[in-house]
Design a protein around this ligand. Structure first.
Ligand SMILES: Nc1ncnc2c1ncn2[C@@H]1O[C@H](COP(=O)(O)OP(=O)(O)OP(=O)(O)O)[C@@H](O)[C@H]1O
Length: 306
């Protein structure tokens, strides 16, 4: 049985008589024990999707099941079985670490002692701060506490909405390690993120934009599907370099990426010498050009502009 199935799901919002199509009939499914990443920019529809699957919001069309239960007719069962870590405001800032956990346990009618083994590994990292108010924790600590709160009733499916947004790199890494340990306990995890580099940590990812999936694949296949040769280019004046490259009719795309610009040709038989010829009239200093392997972000950019 699939942990999550979604069929032609539609969500619209009406603002000042204008309709916003937040989800335009999306379909996908997630296997038990899978870590499924949903990656896309702000406003792509990630939160709407999570709120529907956790039964906090009703869809306008289509259907969905979570752990075999329909979001429409069996929402009470779903609420007992899912854990949800919303992007913002999941903790009570004025309650202590311990009190937050007790509160979430009480909602689900369980005791912390019942399920302590389950959250132990994560909770031990925040236990030294158990009497501190949640509002006074660091971003990484808050996130660990929110995860404990979402797990305290032993959910079978966990929904994490941008859990690593605004969290430092070390805590992000630790957080993903925790998710992989949870996976080994058989929990299914749906996690949204705006960070492309986290895609590689998921079993499969759905790239979402404007309420529709551009691709749902393993990270390896997304990269394998990138059909063009990708070039990285840098020089002393990056802004002018971009202008110079984009002026050429041979160029398909050029966008900044860290210290470099990433470039593709319209015609993929073009070579390094062609790119050198495009750049040459600009008289740049310290020019570096190399063919490189695309990463997930490059694939996303390519899919978005297709
Ligand atoms: N309650 C609402 N009323 C009106 N429009 C909404 C509402 N909630 C979301 N939207 C709109 O629906 C679209 C999808 O929003 P949603 O929050 O689901 O996306 P998201 O990918 O989670 O983005 P974010 O990371 O910004 O939350 C956006 O255009 C958003 O402005």
């Amino acid at each position: 049985m699939m942990a999550v199935t979604v069929q032609d799901l539609v969500k619209n919002y009406t603002v000042k008589k204008k309709t916003i199509e937040a989800l335009k009939g999306i379909s996908f499914s997630v296997e038990k024990g899978e870590i499924f990443g949903i990656i896309g920019p702000d406003g792509a529809g990630k939160t709407s999707l999570f709120r529907i699957l956790t039964t906090l919001l009703e869809p306008d069309g289509g259907s969905a099941t979570v752990d075999g239960c329909s979001v429409k007719d069996e929402y009470l069962q779903i609420r007992q079985r899912v854990g949800y870590m919303p992007g913002k405001f999941s903790l009570y800032q004025d309650l202590t670490v311990q009190e937050n956990l007790e509160f979430f346990a009480a909602i689900f009618n369980v005791s912390i002692a019942d399920n302590y083994e389950y959250i132990k590994e994560i909770y031990e990292q925040i236990a030294p701060f158990k009497d501190r108010k949640a509002g006074q924790l660091s971003g990484g600590m808050k996130q660990k506490l929110a995860l404990c709160c979402a797990l305290i009733h032993k959910p079978t499916v966990l929904f994490l909405d941008e859990p690593t947004t605004g969290v430092d790199a070390v805590s992000r890494k630790e957080f993903w390690e925790m998710l992989h340990r949870l996976k080994t306990q058989g929990i299914t995890i749906l996690v949204s993120t705006p960070y492309m580099d986290e895609a590689g940590l998921c079993d499969r990812v759905g790239l979402i934009q404007k309420g529709a999936f551009l691709s749902i694949e393993t990270p390896q296949s997304i990269i394998r599907d990138f059909k063009k040769t990708l070039w990285s280019v840098r020089a002393d004046d990056m802004y002018r370099l971009m202008e110079t490259i984009l002026k050429s009719p041979l160029i398909n795309s050029c966008y900044p990426f860290g210290q470099y610009h990433h470039v593709t040709f319209k015609d993929d038989t073009k070579k390094q010498s062609d790119l050198e010829a495009i750049v040459a009239p600009g008289n740049f200093k310290d020019v570096e050009i190399a063919a490189i392997q695309p990463n997930i972000e490059d694939c996303f950019m390519a899919l978005m502009t297709e």
